[in-house]
Design a protein around this ligand. Structure first.
Ligand code: NOJ
Length: 756
């Protein structure tokens, strides 16, 4: 940097700091004045977040919301849609409550709004942070055009537990990748200016460790060492703080035997004091009153516990509005604690610009122009194509030719409501295409697409009912044999079979845990019957989690995992299966061979008796299944192939303040263009605590034309070598490190260097 540029930079930084300070001073003055005029009841009212009853996720709904708003007993509302409805309630707050404090309007905008993007797990498979940030930007544009200024997203709960249905809402099993995705989403939602009419406040959830629920059963206990928390599960939350997220949501589960919502160590010592978070914390849905079931006391006791721990806002439990005054009188909470929580909520409103203009996000003219636009849909379609993971294509059945007759079968082939995927609260499914419609469009005039459903999701009608709620029902009452025979006859008349199978969208998501993760019975039987026809079969696996596909991988030559691709999923699937776009997704979760291997994740510790092969007595392995997964983290094929030159390091030693560069040249060796995600992993070979066998530290997503080569260089600095030691001190330790580079976590080249 020249001296001139340095001075310019210092001058700019000084101006920015001064601007910051003056905003803060202005905000402080405003809030001091406002809070000086608030009664105790009004301050407690700001901490109350009831639900209106539109979209609920628990057994409680809140009554008399309008009356509560008039009395100043409500800080915000959530999961309502549309400026007309929201404006009515904002008017009650602004015009009919004593101090006219505007409400926050929140929603679970977790993968798009009416333009629905792929489920978050799928988005993470794209490894395309710019596209993920753009998806969040679009989600914010649409949601704010419809009255929403606060989203309960991103969910950055690290998850190595595919039985847990909410694996679908996160970004997989890796701390680095989940952190990158979380950061991209926060930047997209919040933009450079929270008060902009097209940006909304993010809420990092669920703090903390919700993805570690025992046995994958939702809301279940979590228990783990602090070393694991800090090194593996915490980094994505910390990245959320560093990215400037305005709010955090406390998790339902226990952390160290204390529910997160009432855990002061977690919410205050770690989140605020250690990481410097200065936004507000909201409980999850009835998270406060659920502490009664956790055995933490009655509603008054758990409300005081939550406030004292650092939960600022009470979602739905009504514990704060109904008990905090009494707790204050009895000395169980302080006025300072109530003031502090109130200040944090009111500050959020200030930062969103609601005090300047409470109707800022309620312009009725925007929705018609800014929601579900062609440009947004094009972006969603493009991102969806990047999320599909080609697991097998042994006989090059894909891409399909647009010719002859194509049989489309399976329970996911002709459903509209299941396409956007779980928890797409604002979706307008009637406008989205089914796969059948999209395939007919994509082949019009060139090939014939014939359809037979072939089977239900599963034989058990009750299980199907529980996995297809909220308008996603699709049960066919015909006899199973009749349906299967119809599909087999259809297949016999066609050149190729596309089987749209897997989970319906509500089989993953909240409260959708599964103990068995294979393709369900009726679908497996249909696949077996189809195989007997001898026709080539393309399995499109719809899934909200890592599923078990051992049988399918053995018997089928072609498997494309399509997850849930959002409102444009059907067209995006066609783009990929007909070869207009080559698949480029890479797994952000490990795919197990069977459920007994779970938890299985690539960045595990070594044992004293490691065994990479299958069975040796007195080593760490199973009698009945190998240790390795069916498909490893980072894995995914394309229609083309890539070769990697030998890995080189710029040096075999590195000083603490220095760096080492790891370089490979990647070449597209096939005949079509393709995108590759080149991955860098490191292993700390000797440490003061046991260290993982490999950890993702960087990646590069590159697109290459046939024959084209690209040099990819990763710079390794001390930051990539640091970890939390047994005393939770974050640092690196001198010694040898292994560098691994490759197209997935299993297929890597290795070299070592020494940190001096
Ligand atoms: C419960 C879920 O755990 C949380 O993620 C969501 O934001 C709230 N319900 C509000 O809908």
């Amino acid at each position: 940097m020249t001296l001139h540029r340095l001075y310019t930079w210092i001058a700019a930084a000084t101006v920015a700091l001064a601007a910051c300070a003056s905003t803060d001073t202005k905000m402080d003055q405003f809030i001091n004045d406002l809070m000086g005029r608030m009664t105790l009841q009004e301050k407690i009212g700001q901490l109350n977040l009831p639900v209106t009853g539109d979209i609920i996720t628990g057994s409680s709904v809140s009554g008399d919301v309008v009356g509560q708003i008039e009395r100043g007993q409500v800080g915000g509302l959530f999961n309502m849609k549309g400026t007309r409805q929201i404006r009515q309630l904002q008017e009650v707050a602004v015009e009919r409550s004593r101090l006219g404090i505007p409400l926050l309007f929140g929603m679970d905008v977790i993968h798009g709004y009416e333009t629905v993007f792929p489920i978050p797990l799928a988005m993470s498979m794209s490894w395309d942070m710019d596209a993920i940030a753009r998806s969040a930007r679009i989600a914010a544009t649409e949601a704010t055009a419809d009255g929403i200024c606060w989203t309960f997203s991103p969910m950055v709960d690290l998850c190595r537990e595919p039985r847990w249905g909410r694996m679908s809402e996160g970004a997989g099993e890796d701390p680095y990748l989940v952190s990158q995705v979380g950061r991209a989403m926060i930047e997209g939602y919040q933009g450079p200016d929270l008060a902009d009419r097209t940006t909304m406040m993010a809420c990092v959830k669920h703090f903390a460790l919700y993805g570690g629920a025992e046995a994958g059963r939702d809301y279940n206990t979590v228990d783990m060492s602090h070393v694991r928390m800090f090194n593996e599960y915490f980094p994505p939350y910390k990245a959320g703080v560093d990215a400037g997220a305005g709010s955090f949501m406390a998790a339902f589960n226990t952390v160290d035997y204390i529910p997160a919502t009432g855990n002061r160590w977690l919410l205050t010592d770690v989140l605020r004091q250690r990481w410097g978070f200065d936004g507000f914390v909201v409980s999850d849905y009835t998270g406060i009153s659920e502490m009664i079931n956790h055995g933490m006391g009655d509603l008054q006791a758990v409300s005081a516990l939550a406030l004292n721990a650092g939960t600022d806002m009470d979602m739905v439990a009504s514990g704060y509005v109904s008990t905090l005054e009494r707790s204050l009188a009895e000395g169980k909470v302080t006025v300072e604690a109530i003031d502090q929580a109130c200040r944090r909520v009111v500050e959020a409103k200030y930062k969103l610009g609601l005090f300047d203009d409470p109707y800022r996000y309620l312009d009725p003219k925007r929705a018609g122009k800014e929601i579900y636009t062609d440009a947004h849909r094009a972006e969603a379609r493009r991102l969806a194509t990047e999320t599909f993971v080609l697991l097998k294509n042994d006989d090059h059945v894909l891409p399909l030719k647009r010719q002859g007759r194509i049989a489309l079968v399976g329970p996911l082939a002709n459903t509209r409501a299941n396409m956007p995927g779980t928890w797409s609260v604002a979706a307008t499914s009637e406008r989205y295409s089914t796969l059948l419609e999209a395939m007919q469009r994509a082949t019009a005039g060139r090939a014939e697409v014939l359809y037979a459903k072939g089977c239900n999701v599963c034989y058990d009608a009750e299980l199907e009912k529980n996995a297809t709620m909220f308008g996603r029902e699709m049960r066919d009452e015909r006899d199973a044999e009749v349906m299967r025979t119809e599909a087999v006859r259809l297949a016999q008349q066609c050149d190729v079979v596309v089987a749209a199978m897997g989970e319906p969208s509500e089989m993953s998501g909240e409260a959708s845990s599964r103990s068995q993760l294979g393709i369900l019975d009726a679908q497996r039987d249909l696949l077996e019957a189809l195989l007997k026809t001898g026709k080539p079969i393309v399995l499109l696996n719809f899934a909200g989690r890592a599923t078990v596909m051992t049988w399918e991988a053995e018997h089928l030559s072609t498997i494309l995992n399509v997850w849930f691709g959002g409102s444009e999923a059907a067209d995006a699937i066609c783009d990929v299966i007909f070869g207009d776009v080559a698949p480029s997704g890479k797994l952000s979760v490990t795919m197990p061979r069977n459920e007994g291997q779970i938890p299985i994740y690539y960045n595990h510790l070594n044992t004293g008796r490691p065994n990479p092969k299958w069975f040796t007595k007195y080593t760490s392995n199973y009698l009945d299944v190998p240790n390795d997964p069916l498909f490893p983290f980072g894995y995914g094929l394309s229609y083309t192939t890539f070769s990697y030159s030998p890995l080189t390091l710029s040096s075999t030693t590195m000083g603490r303040d220095g760096s080492v560069e790891a370089t490979v040249t990647v070449t597209n060796t096939g005949s079509t263009a393709g995108t590759e995600v080149v991955q860098l992993y490191l292993r700390d070979l000797v440490g003061s605590i046991a260290r993982p066998v490999q950890e993702l530290k960087d990646f590069a997503r590159i697109t290459l034309q046939p024959g084209e080569s690209r040099v990819v260089t990763f710079t390794i600095t001390a930051d990539k070598l640091k970890f939390y030691n047994a005393d939770l001190v974050y640092d690196c330790e001198p010694g040898d490190f292994e560098v691994m580079v490759g197209p997935d976590s299993r297929n890597v080249q290795r070299l070592t260097f020494t940190l001096q």
